[in-house]
Write a protein that binds this ligand. Structure first.
Ligand SMILES: *Cc1c(COP(=O)(O)O)cnc(C)c1O
Length: 399
């Protein structure tokens, strides 16, 4: 009675679930009995957490909690409507002007998540008469946003500027498209490498491309916290600066920062802005608090880099391959898929929560355990993690 009523649906579900489970690809979700801080509790066991995007530890910061509670007391738990009806509260306007200041742009618009920001922003501007040059390792929300808008999607090899240039030239000279856009992550989360924005901007200028940078993992970390565009001094050269409020900022939401005209347009054509209820007042106020903390003081940003460098040095001197990361994101590349999964499982048993990432998320044979140190880890926690890495690494004959 509680199964799926429709026969073809139940057949589809049981066939695919069985297949995933028998291939060891079914992801069982462990829920936390604690906040997502540097130490987490799962199944009554405390673990050193190297898997969150809470880079600056702000998700559990008392100042943000207070801002959230105060706004909730004043405005209630829900915004009550979509932004364009009467779900725009003062706290939303304040958040958007704060984001613009933070990013060094004329204006900004906030969405309910980074994911739906990409869904809304790309399709508000691009259509079937346009083309998009997209890095092959771009985030799933960019891929879906590109599909939704109906433009011709031309993938270029990861951070390969010759390939981008060639494809931009072909697209431009074909005279087939009204507009051409180039989209890239600012920081790629699988390897922790930074997009080559100076070259991308140069190519964009040569071939008249709209530039779109999704800096979900860069914002709060690179460019003294202001992100990858700022890191390269290119804040005024990027048309769309996308970010999320759910990683380093520590709350939830997404945004586009850009020119006043662009933001005015997104406020009338960004579909999640028009048809999905706005951020809760508490979230909006907590995000504003978080950004204000970041703009005033670079202590947390320095701390996440310091911890990232400490962990990297430690893993490297133990003999692990940590790839080509340029940010605190530290992959530990094992290679073989099964061994990678076993490695992560053994780390967990010994007290470190660090997720394995394998094909198809990363290329075959480049399975890795990805580590995300944060500003709130102490040296003792990182040393504890390194000792466990050493033990498990030797046990599995990786080092
Ligand atoms: C995490 C991420 C998103 C999604 O952001 P949410 O706010 O979690 O929805 C979008 N783009 C990139 C590049 C991301 O890493």
């Amino acid at each position: 009675m509680y199964g799926s009523e429709n026969k073809s649906l139940s057949k589809f579900l049981s066939k695919n679930l069985t297949e995933l489970k028998s291939n060891g690809l079914y992801n069982k979700i462990d829920s936390l009995q604690s906040s997502n801080g540097p130490i987490i509790k799962i199944n009554d066991k405390n673990l050193i957490n190297l898997s969150s995007n809470n880079y600056l530890g702000l998700a559990t910061d008392d100042r943000l909690k207070k801002a959230e509670i105060d706004a909730t007391n004043k405005y209630g738990t829900g915004a009550g409507a979509v932004r364009t009806i009467n779900g725009t509260l003062e706290v939303h306007d304040i958040l958007e002007s704060t984001i613009a200041k933070f990013k060094g742009t004329e204006s900004a618009i906030a969405f309910q998540s980074g994911f739906n920001c990409n869904m809304g922003a790309i399709s508000a501007v691009m259509d079937k008469n346009d083309a998009i040059l997209s890095d092959e390792l771009n985030h799933a929300s960019i891929i879906d946003g590109c599909r939704l808008c109906g433009s011709k999607v031309i993938r270029y090899k990861h951070s390969d500027m010759n390939d981008l240039k060639e494809k931009a030239k072909l697209a431009k000279e074909s005279n087939q498209y009204n507009k051409i856009m180039v989209i890239t992550d600012g920081v790629f989360s699988m390897d922790g490498d930074i997009a080559k924005l100076p070259e991308i901007v140069e190519i964009a200028q040569e071939f008249d491309l709209i530039t779109y940078v999704d800096d979900a993992h860069g914002s709060g970390v690179t460019g003294n916290g202001a992100g990858t565009c700022k890191h390269f001094g290119l804040s005024d050269k990027i048309d769309f600066q996308i970010g999320t409020l759910s990683k380093a900022i520590g709350v939830v939401g997404g945004y586009v920062a850009g020119s006043k005209d662009l933001i005015d347009w997104l406020k009338v054509r960004g579909r999640p802005f028009l048809f999905s209820t706005s951020l809760t007042p508490g979230s909006a106020a907590a995000c504003t608090k978080s950004i204000n903390i970041l703009m005033k003081n670079d202590y947390l940003v320095n701390k996440v880099w310091e911890n990232g460098n400490y962990l990297k040095e430690g893993l490297k001197s133990l003999g692990f391959n940590i790839g080509k990361s340029e940010t605190p994101i530290t992959p530990c590349i094992i290679g073989d898929e099964t061994k990678t999964q076993l490695f992560s499982k053994r780390l967990l048993e010994e007290g470190v929560y660090a997720k394995s990432i394998v094909f198809p998320t990363v290329p075959k044979g480049s399975g890795r355990v990805r580590n995300m140190p944060t500003a709130s880890h102490t040296k003792e926690m990182l040393d504890g993690a390194l000792a466990i890495y050493e033990k498990v690494g030797k046990e599995l004959e990786i080092i």
